[in-house]
Design a protein around this ligand. Structure first.
Ligand code: ZN
Length: 374
Protein backbone atom coordinates (compact mmCIF):
# COMPACT_ATOMS: atom_id res chain seq x y z
CA UNK A 1 0.00 0.00 0.00
CA UNK A 2 1.31 3.40 -0.97
CA UNK A 3 1.02 6.06 1.70
CA UNK A 4 -1.45 8.80 0.80
CA UNK A 5 1.01 11.53 1.68
CA UNK A 6 -0.87 14.29 -0.18
CA UNK A 7 -3.79 13.72 2.19
CA UNK A 8 -1.42 14.10 5.14
CA UNK A 9 -0.23 17.41 3.67
CA UNK A 10 -3.82 18.64 3.44
CA UNK A 11 -4.43 17.82 7.10
CA UNK A 12 -1.23 19.59 8.17
CA UNK A 13 -2.11 22.77 6.26
CA UNK A 14 -5.67 22.80 7.67
CA UNK A 15 -6.75 25.18 10.43
CA UNK A 16 -7.19 23.57 13.86
CA UNK A 17 -5.70 24.98 17.07
CA UNK A 18 -6.92 23.44 20.35
CA UNK A 19 -10.65 23.97 20.76
CA UNK A 20 -11.12 24.98 17.11
CA UNK A 21 -10.52 21.71 15.27
CA UNK A 22 -13.63 21.70 13.06
CA UNK A 23 -11.86 22.30 9.71
CA UNK A 24 -9.27 19.57 10.15
CA UNK A 25 -11.83 17.24 11.81
CA UNK A 26 -13.98 17.40 8.67
CA UNK A 27 -11.05 16.39 6.45
CA UNK A 28 -10.07 13.53 8.77
CA UNK A 29 -13.65 12.25 8.97
CA UNK A 30 -14.26 12.39 5.20
CA UNK A 31 -11.06 10.49 4.49
CA UNK A 32 -11.26 7.85 7.25
CA UNK A 33 -14.99 7.08 7.37
CA UNK A 34 -14.89 4.52 4.49
CA UNK A 35 -12.27 2.43 6.35
CA UNK A 36 -14.32 2.13 9.57
CA UNK A 37 -17.39 0.02 10.38
CA UNK A 38 -18.86 2.78 12.49
CA UNK A 39 -18.08 6.42 13.29
CA UNK A 40 -18.81 7.78 16.76
CA UNK A 41 -18.16 11.12 18.37
CA UNK A 42 -17.65 12.32 21.90
CA UNK A 43 -18.99 15.68 22.95
CA UNK A 44 -15.70 17.57 23.01
CA UNK A 45 -15.29 16.92 19.27
CA UNK A 46 -13.07 13.81 19.15
CA UNK A 47 -14.00 11.46 16.28
CA UNK A 48 -13.94 7.71 16.88
CA UNK A 49 -13.48 5.28 13.98
CA UNK A 50 -14.54 1.80 15.08
CA UNK A 51 -13.51 -1.40 13.33
CA UNK A 52 -14.56 -4.90 14.44
CA UNK A 53 -17.20 -5.88 17.00
CA UNK A 54 -15.73 -8.79 18.98
CA UNK A 55 -12.99 -9.03 21.58
CA UNK A 56 -11.05 -6.58 23.76
CA UNK A 57 -11.09 -2.88 22.97
CA UNK A 58 -7.94 -1.25 21.65
CA UNK A 59 -7.89 2.53 21.59
CA UNK A 60 -5.54 4.36 19.22
CA UNK A 61 -5.26 8.11 19.82
CA UNK A 62 -3.81 10.80 17.56
CA UNK A 63 -4.61 14.41 18.37
CA UNK A 64 -5.71 16.69 15.55
CA UNK A 65 -5.36 20.00 17.38
CA UNK A 66 -2.19 22.04 16.82
CA UNK A 67 -0.40 24.62 18.91
CA UNK A 68 -1.76 28.08 18.13
CA UNK A 69 -2.99 31.28 19.72
CA UNK A 70 -6.11 33.22 20.57
CA UNK A 71 -6.88 36.93 20.21
CA UNK A 72 -6.66 38.28 23.77
CA UNK A 73 -7.27 41.97 23.09
CA UNK A 74 -7.13 44.74 20.50
CA UNK A 75 -5.07 47.88 21.12
CA UNK A 76 -6.28 51.38 20.28
CA UNK A 77 -3.76 51.57 17.45
CA UNK A 78 -5.01 48.32 15.86
CA UNK A 79 -2.65 45.60 17.10
CA UNK A 80 -3.76 42.23 18.53
CA UNK A 81 -2.58 40.92 21.87
CA UNK A 82 -2.61 37.12 21.96
CA UNK A 83 -2.59 34.15 24.34
CA UNK A 84 -1.04 30.81 23.48
CA UNK A 85 -3.01 27.61 22.95
CA UNK A 86 -0.39 25.00 23.79
CA UNK A 87 3.28 25.61 24.52
CA UNK A 88 5.36 28.07 22.49
CA UNK A 89 8.90 29.25 23.10
CA UNK A 90 9.01 33.04 22.78
CA UNK A 91 12.10 32.98 20.62
CA UNK A 92 10.48 31.21 17.65
CA UNK A 93 7.73 33.83 17.27
CA UNK A 94 9.06 37.24 16.27
CA UNK A 95 8.22 38.35 12.73
CA UNK A 96 6.41 35.10 11.87
CA UNK A 97 3.28 34.88 9.72
CA UNK A 98 0.02 33.80 11.36
CA UNK A 99 -3.60 33.28 10.24
CA UNK A 100 -6.60 34.45 12.26
CA UNK A 101 -10.03 32.92 11.65
CA UNK A 102 -13.09 35.06 12.34
CA UNK A 103 -16.65 33.93 13.02
CA UNK A 104 -17.78 33.57 9.39
CA UNK A 105 -14.71 31.45 8.54
CA UNK A 106 -12.78 34.24 6.79
CA UNK A 107 -9.03 33.89 7.29
CA UNK A 108 -6.96 36.99 7.86
CA UNK A 109 -3.18 37.10 7.57
CA UNK A 110 -1.08 38.76 10.20
CA UNK A 111 2.55 39.12 11.24
CA UNK A 112 3.91 39.00 14.76
CA UNK A 113 5.55 42.34 15.49
CA UNK A 114 9.30 42.74 15.83
CA UNK A 115 11.53 45.78 16.24
CA UNK A 116 14.29 46.54 13.73
CA UNK A 117 17.81 46.38 15.22
CA UNK A 118 18.12 50.17 14.80
CA UNK A 119 15.40 50.71 17.40
CA UNK A 120 16.98 48.37 19.97
CA UNK A 121 19.58 49.24 22.57
CA UNK A 122 22.77 47.13 22.55
CA UNK A 123 21.50 45.40 25.69
CA UNK A 124 18.04 44.61 24.26
CA UNK A 125 19.54 43.06 21.11
CA UNK A 126 20.82 40.09 23.11
CA UNK A 127 17.61 39.63 25.13
CA UNK A 128 14.68 37.31 24.48
CA UNK A 129 11.44 39.19 23.88
CA UNK A 130 8.55 37.58 25.74
CA UNK A 131 5.11 36.91 24.22
CA UNK A 132 3.39 39.48 26.41
CA UNK A 133 5.44 42.15 24.61
CA UNK A 134 4.48 40.87 21.15
CA UNK A 135 1.43 41.78 19.08
CA UNK A 136 -0.06 40.67 15.79
CA UNK A 137 -0.04 43.23 13.01
CA UNK A 138 -2.94 42.80 10.56
CA UNK A 139 -2.10 46.04 8.77
CA UNK A 140 -4.53 48.29 10.61
CA UNK A 141 -4.02 51.58 12.39
CA UNK A 142 -7.05 51.68 14.69
CA UNK A 143 -9.21 49.34 16.77
CA UNK A 144 -12.08 50.20 14.45
CA UNK A 145 -10.06 48.95 11.48
CA UNK A 146 -9.50 45.61 13.20
CA UNK A 147 -13.18 45.32 14.11
CA UNK A 148 -14.10 46.05 10.49
CA UNK A 149 -12.24 42.84 9.59
CA UNK A 150 -14.55 40.95 11.96
CA UNK A 151 -11.77 40.14 14.44
CA UNK A 152 -12.94 39.69 18.04
CA UNK A 153 -11.41 38.63 21.32
CA UNK A 154 -11.38 34.81 21.46
CA UNK A 155 -10.80 34.26 17.73
CA UNK A 156 -8.33 31.41 17.03
CA UNK A 157 -4.93 31.85 15.36
CA UNK A 158 -2.50 29.37 13.77
CA UNK A 159 1.05 29.61 12.43
CA UNK A 160 1.04 30.19 8.65
CA UNK A 161 3.11 27.44 7.01
CA UNK A 162 2.75 25.29 3.90
CA UNK A 163 3.43 21.56 3.63
CA UNK A 164 6.02 20.33 1.16
CA UNK A 165 7.97 17.18 0.38
CA UNK A 166 11.70 17.27 -0.30
CA UNK A 167 14.11 14.55 -1.38
CA UNK A 168 17.54 14.31 0.19
CA UNK A 169 20.47 11.93 0.12
CA UNK A 170 21.57 10.46 3.43
CA UNK A 171 24.93 8.78 3.94
CA UNK A 172 24.87 6.03 6.52
CA UNK A 173 28.15 4.64 7.81
CA UNK A 174 28.40 0.85 7.76
CA UNK A 175 29.76 -0.23 11.16
CA UNK A 176 31.81 -3.14 9.78
CA UNK A 177 33.35 -1.76 6.59
CA UNK A 178 33.44 1.90 7.67
CA UNK A 179 32.12 2.83 4.24
CA UNK A 180 29.18 5.15 3.64
CA UNK A 181 26.02 3.76 2.09
CA UNK A 182 23.88 6.21 0.19
CA UNK A 183 20.10 6.28 0.51
CA UNK A 184 17.52 8.71 -0.81
CA UNK A 185 14.84 9.81 1.65
CA UNK A 186 11.62 11.77 1.31
CA UNK A 187 11.18 14.33 4.05
CA UNK A 188 8.01 16.22 4.93
CA UNK A 189 8.36 19.87 5.95
CA UNK A 190 5.42 21.73 7.49
CA UNK A 191 3.38 22.66 10.53
CA UNK A 192 1.12 20.64 12.85
CA UNK A 193 2.96 17.32 12.51
CA UNK A 194 2.23 17.36 16.25
CA UNK A 195 -0.02 15.56 16.02
CA UNK A 196 -1.77 15.24 12.68
CA UNK A 197 0.79 12.50 11.99
CA UNK A 198 -0.78 10.45 14.80
CA UNK A 199 -4.26 10.73 13.33
CA UNK A 200 -2.85 10.00 9.86
CA UNK A 201 -1.06 6.82 11.03
CA UNK A 202 -4.35 5.58 12.53
CA UNK A 203 -6.29 6.33 9.32
CA UNK A 204 -3.71 4.61 7.14
CA UNK A 205 -3.70 1.58 9.49
CA UNK A 206 -7.49 1.31 9.13
CA UNK A 207 -7.24 1.75 5.35
CA UNK A 208 -4.56 -0.92 4.97
CA UNK A 209 -6.46 -3.35 7.20
CA UNK A 210 -9.57 -2.89 5.09
CA UNK A 211 -7.88 -2.97 1.68
CA UNK A 212 -5.76 -6.01 2.51
CA UNK A 213 -8.52 -7.70 4.55
CA UNK A 214 -6.20 -8.12 7.55
CA UNK A 215 -7.72 -10.16 10.41
CA UNK A 216 -7.47 -8.98 14.03
CA UNK A 217 -8.78 -10.46 17.33
CA UNK A 218 -10.05 -7.22 18.90
CA UNK A 219 -12.18 -4.12 18.40
CA UNK A 220 -10.21 -1.14 17.17
CA UNK A 221 -11.22 2.36 18.22
CA UNK A 222 -9.11 4.80 16.20
CA UNK A 223 -9.60 8.26 17.67
CA UNK A 224 -8.80 11.70 16.26
CA UNK A 225 -8.68 13.48 19.62
CA UNK A 226 -9.03 17.22 20.29
CA UNK A 227 -7.52 19.68 22.78
CA UNK A 228 -4.45 17.61 23.62
CA UNK A 229 -2.15 20.61 23.68
CA UNK A 230 -4.19 22.31 26.41
CA UNK A 231 -4.41 19.26 28.71
CA UNK A 232 -5.30 15.94 27.01
CA UNK A 233 -8.98 16.84 27.14
CA UNK A 234 -10.43 15.06 24.07
CA UNK A 235 -8.58 11.84 24.90
CA UNK A 236 -10.10 11.92 28.38
CA UNK A 237 -13.69 12.17 27.13
CA UNK A 238 -13.28 9.69 24.26
CA UNK A 239 -11.56 7.14 26.53
CA UNK A 240 -14.44 7.45 28.99
CA UNK A 241 -16.83 6.67 26.16
CA UNK A 242 -14.80 3.71 24.87
CA UNK A 243 -13.51 2.21 28.17
CA UNK A 244 -10.51 0.65 26.38
CA UNK A 245 -8.62 -2.48 27.51
CA UNK A 246 -5.36 -1.30 26.00
CA UNK A 247 -4.30 2.05 24.52
CA UNK A 248 -1.73 3.53 22.16
CA UNK A 249 -1.00 7.19 21.58
CA UNK A 250 0.60 7.94 18.22
CA UNK A 251 2.72 11.04 18.67
CA UNK A 252 5.67 13.10 17.54
CA UNK A 253 8.87 12.32 19.35
CA UNK A 254 11.64 14.89 19.70
CA UNK A 255 14.44 14.17 17.26
CA UNK A 256 17.78 14.50 19.02
CA UNK A 257 19.80 14.95 15.80
CA UNK A 258 19.63 18.76 15.91
CA UNK A 259 22.56 20.96 17.07
CA UNK A 260 22.24 21.99 20.69
CA UNK A 261 19.90 19.19 21.71
CA UNK A 262 21.47 16.88 24.31
CA UNK A 263 21.71 13.46 22.65
CA UNK A 264 22.05 11.72 26.00
CA UNK A 265 18.57 12.93 26.91
CA UNK A 266 17.00 12.90 23.42
CA UNK A 267 18.28 9.68 21.96
CA UNK A 268 15.92 9.08 19.04
CA UNK A 269 16.71 10.36 15.56
CA UNK A 270 14.84 11.15 12.38
CA UNK A 271 15.12 8.44 9.65
CA UNK A 272 15.87 5.64 12.12
CA UNK A 273 12.32 4.31 12.44
CA UNK A 274 9.62 4.79 15.06
CA UNK A 275 10.30 5.06 18.79
CA UNK A 276 8.49 4.07 21.95
CA UNK A 277 8.38 6.35 24.95
CA UNK A 278 9.66 4.54 28.02
CA UNK A 279 8.25 7.45 30.05
CA UNK A 280 6.69 10.86 29.62
CA UNK A 281 5.46 13.38 32.18
CA UNK A 282 1.94 11.98 32.14
CA UNK A 283 2.49 8.21 32.15
CA UNK A 284 4.75 5.26 32.85
CA UNK A 285 3.88 2.59 30.29
CA UNK A 286 2.86 -0.90 31.40
CA UNK A 287 6.23 -2.76 31.23
CA UNK A 288 4.74 -5.97 29.83
CA UNK A 289 3.02 -4.07 27.03
CA UNK A 290 6.27 -2.24 26.30
CA UNK A 291 8.21 -5.49 26.09
CA UNK A 292 5.49 -7.07 23.93
CA UNK A 293 5.83 -4.23 21.41
CA UNK A 294 9.64 -4.48 21.48
CA UNK A 295 9.35 -8.21 20.74
CA UNK A 296 6.94 -7.59 17.84
CA UNK A 297 9.38 -5.09 16.30
CA UNK A 298 12.24 -7.56 16.75
CA UNK A 299 10.21 -10.28 15.07
CA UNK A 300 9.68 -7.91 12.15
CA UNK A 301 13.39 -7.09 12.00
CA UNK A 302 12.53 -3.44 12.66
CA UNK A 303 14.76 -1.12 14.69
CA UNK A 304 12.78 0.48 17.47
CA UNK A 305 14.18 3.56 19.19
CA UNK A 306 13.67 4.25 22.90
CA UNK A 307 12.87 7.73 24.09
CA UNK A 308 11.67 9.86 27.01
CA UNK A 309 9.62 13.02 26.50
CA UNK A 310 9.32 15.78 29.08
CA UNK A 311 5.70 16.54 28.29
CA UNK A 312 2.31 14.83 28.43
CA UNK A 313 0.53 12.70 25.82
CA UNK A 314 -2.98 11.34 25.32
CA UNK A 315 -1.76 8.10 26.93
CA UNK A 316 -1.61 10.09 30.17
CA UNK A 317 -5.39 9.99 30.46
CA UNK A 318 -6.01 6.73 28.58
CA UNK A 319 -3.99 4.65 31.05
CA UNK A 320 -6.06 5.76 34.04
CA UNK A 321 -9.47 5.28 32.43
CA UNK A 322 -11.90 3.01 34.30
CA UNK A 323 -9.93 0.59 36.43
CA UNK A 324 -6.81 1.25 34.35
CA UNK A 325 -5.74 0.58 30.76
CA UNK A 326 -2.19 -0.54 29.86
CA UNK A 327 -0.94 2.09 27.41
CA UNK A 328 2.08 2.99 25.34
CA UNK A 329 3.21 5.89 23.14
CA UNK A 330 4.59 5.17 19.68
CA UNK A 331 6.58 8.14 18.38
CA UNK A 332 7.90 9.54 15.12
CA UNK A 333 11.14 11.48 15.71
CA UNK A 334 10.45 14.96 14.35
CA UNK A 335 12.72 18.00 14.20
CA UNK A 336 11.63 21.45 15.42
CA UNK A 337 8.18 20.67 16.86
CA UNK A 338 6.04 23.45 18.36
CA UNK A 339 7.19 25.98 15.77
CA UNK A 340 6.15 27.03 12.25
CA UNK A 341 8.01 24.17 10.53
CA UNK A 342 8.93 20.64 11.56
CA UNK A 343 10.78 18.01 9.50
CA UNK A 344 10.15 14.26 9.47
CA UNK A 345 11.07 11.27 7.34
CA UNK A 346 8.08 9.74 5.52
CA UNK A 347 9.66 6.26 5.80
CA UNK A 348 9.38 6.51 9.61
CA UNK A 349 5.60 6.95 9.21
CA UNK A 350 5.41 3.89 6.96
CA UNK A 351 7.35 1.77 9.44
CA UNK A 352 5.12 2.87 12.32
CA UNK A 353 2.00 1.89 10.33
CA UNK A 354 3.45 -1.59 9.65
CA UNK A 355 4.42 -2.01 13.30
CA UNK A 356 1.01 -0.97 14.59
CA UNK A 357 -0.74 -3.44 12.28
CA UNK A 358 1.47 -6.29 13.50
CA UNK A 359 0.69 -5.28 17.10
CA UNK A 360 -3.06 -5.21 16.40
CA UNK A 361 -2.94 -8.67 14.78
CA UNK A 362 -1.54 -10.11 18.02
CA UNK A 363 -3.62 -8.28 20.65
CA UNK A 364 -6.11 -10.96 21.72
CA UNK A 365 -7.76 -11.20 25.15
CA UNK A 366 -5.12 -13.58 26.50
CA UNK A 367 -2.24 -11.35 25.48
CA UNK A 368 -3.91 -8.27 26.94
CA UNK A 369 -4.68 -10.13 30.18
CA UNK A 370 -1.01 -11.12 30.47
CA UNK A 371 0.02 -7.43 30.67
CA UNK A 372 -1.54 -7.03 34.13
CA UNK A 373 -1.11 -10.56 35.50
CA UNK A 374 0.62 -10.80 38.88
ZN1 ZN B 1 2.63 19.06 21.14
Amino acid sequence: MKLNIDEFGKWCDAFGPSGFEQEVAKLVKEYTEPFADEVLQDRTGSIIFKKGNKGPKVMLAGHIDEVGFMVAGISKDGFLAFNQLGGWWDQVLLSQRVVIMVRDGTKINGIITSKPPHALSAEDRSKVVTKDKMFIDVGCKTKKGVEALGIKMGDPIIPDATFELIKRKQFVKDEDSGKFKEKEVTLAVGKAFDDRLGAFIISEVLRKMKEEKIEFPNQIYGVATVQEEVGLRGARTSAQLIQPDVGFALEVDISGDVPGIDKTKYASEMSKGPSILVADNSMLPNPNLKHFVMDVAKEMGMDLQLSIIRGGTDAGVMHITGSGCPSLVLGIPTRHIHSHYGILDVADLEKCIDLLIEILKRLDQKTIDSFTKI
